[in-house]
Design a protein. Structure first.
Lengths: 300, 152
């Protein structure tokens, strides 16, 4: 019996490794998922583009106005895990994503899986986009295809070991990717629409919700404010108990960047306002309705 | 028309020029923060009307917009001495990047002045006209805050 122990141990380790390997596998959507969709509508896709905030990360650093539609990438995000650099997602076929099919875009957004089958790092907020409606992806695909091509090559990330090991992201996804709503349950309109906009598209929680040491979002403190993970200072809590703004305050802020005491948004939020100012007022009112029902994080 | 290029040039020359003792910086920091409070107060008058939160008052709107034109045209050279950035002293959110990019910082102030001039042009035309210019004006504030103001 004694002599068999190493064999048993080796078998257990092999099974464990196999299990982890299986658990960490990229999990793209089934090909049939896209079959029943209507053809992408670029006009509707523009609204999805503004709500998802693609330009916030993928426009060139410092771009403003029409230049924010040139998604050449290059913006750097210094984090505890290393520096991430937003890739080129312009319609350039060689350097951007101009050659991507709709399922390829869908798998990137909803599953964090690249066309070559590798995991994306969750600096790309697919944890939020996982909740997207596939028709919105189809419309976004149509809009992105119409945007300018740009031949800026991708610079790649500059990460610390062991975060250089992409397969491990699969385990992270198994632990942290939750395709349900952070604010669960049936909501009345317009709060339900606001939940979709805030949780699935605008990914507010990515900055406003604190993370644990492995970078997973702490749903118990949803939107309760967090250290700025790509710079100094704090990202404020935006639950009604913390913010104290009414619906109109929120709509005015999201459309103009002006707080109720007429300070103007700065930092990453200036980009968010640039994006959201392109939405219909009813959409901003929906986001406000959702934010106003967020639970008070101080009652834990 | 406002001599914008000259304005930008004098500002970039002023930035970083002349070492000032640390205890003297409180006056400059206080003055420039007061200037931004004046921006906010006058912008607030316009924002309240432009978003329907206050009744439109043509004279108050015009006065607020004219104040913004005047404020954004102030010569800045006395307000931004070297060593008065957020890395060097407490009590300011002015990032060192201002002193690294004086031309861009000046250009952003010039953009604010241009947006204020545009607001002053339409301020007498009613609440909708103000509302239509509000984002253009507040966007110039945000552009500078994004690049040059530290988060809270």
């Amino acid at each position: 019996m004694r002599q068999r122990a190493p064999l048993v141990l080796a078998a257990v380790l092999a099974m464990l490794a196999g299990g982890l390997f299986w658990l960490s596998r990229p999990q793209p959507l089934p090909a049939t998922a896209f079959a029943a969709l209507a053809p992408g509508d670029p006009e509707r896709g523009e609204a999805v583009f503004h709500a998802t905030g693609c330009a916030g990360c993928h426009a060139a650093p410092g771009a403003s106005g029409a230049a924010r539609l040139v998604l050449s990438g290059g913006r750097a995000f210094a984090t505890d895990f290393g520096t991430f650099r937003a890739p080129n997602i312009s319609s350039d076929v060689a350097h951007g994503i101009g050659g991507w099919s709709l399922p390829e875009l869908g798998n990137a957004l909803l599953r964090g899986v690249a066309p070559d089958g590798r995991h994306y790092y969750p600096a790309f907020p697919y944890v939020a986009y996982a909740r997207m409606a596939l028709q919105d992806v189809a419309d976004l695909h149509a809009f992105l295809s119409d945007l300018p091509a740009d031949a800026t090559p991708n610079e790649g990330h500059d990460l610390r070991f062991p975060f250089t090991f992409r397969r491990g992201i699969g385990l992270w996804k198994a632990r942290y990717m939750d395709r349900g709503w952070a604010v669960a349950g049936d909501l009345p309109e317009p709060a339900a629409r606001g939940r979709y906009l805030a949780e699935a598209l605008a990914h507010c929680g990515e900055c406003h919700t604190p993370r644990d040491r492995f970078g997973g979002l702490n749903h118990a403190r949803w939107m309760a404010g967090a250290p700025n993970h790509s710079g100094d200072g704090r990202i404020p809590g935006i639950t009604p108990a913390q913010l104290g703004w009414d619906a109109q305050d929120i709509v005015i802020y999201l459309s103009t960047g002006l707080t109720p005491d007429f300070d103007a948004a700065g930092g990453s939020m200036a980009d968010v306002v640039d994006n959201l100012a392109g939405l219909a007022e009813a959409e901003l009112e929906a986001i406000a309705a959702y934010l106003l029902i967020l639970p008070d994080p101080r009652q834990d | 028309m406002f001599p914008r290029i000259a304005f930008a040039a004098t500002l970039s020359l002023a930035l970083g020029a002349g070492a000032v003792a640390a205890q003297d910086l409180a006056d400059q920091v206080g003055a420039r923060q007061g200037q931004f409070k004046l921006f906010a107060l006058n912008l607030g008058t316009l924002a309240m009307m432009g978003t329907g939160r206050a009744e439109y008052d043509a004279r108050a709107a015009q006065a607020a917009a004219d104040n913004l034109v005047a404020l954004s045209g102030l010569d800045q050279r006395a307000l931004w001495p070297a060593g008065s950035d957020s890395g060097a002293i407490d009590g300011t959110r002015a990032l060192p990047a201002i002193w690294d990019n004086p031309e861009d910082f000046a250009a952003k102030l010039v953009a604010l002045n241009a947006a204020a001039v545009e607001m002053a042009r339409v301020a007498g035309d009613g609440a909708d006209a103000i509302g239509g210019q509000l984002r253009g004006l507040s966007g110039t504030c945000s552009a500078c805050h994004q690049a040059y103001r530290a988060p809270q």
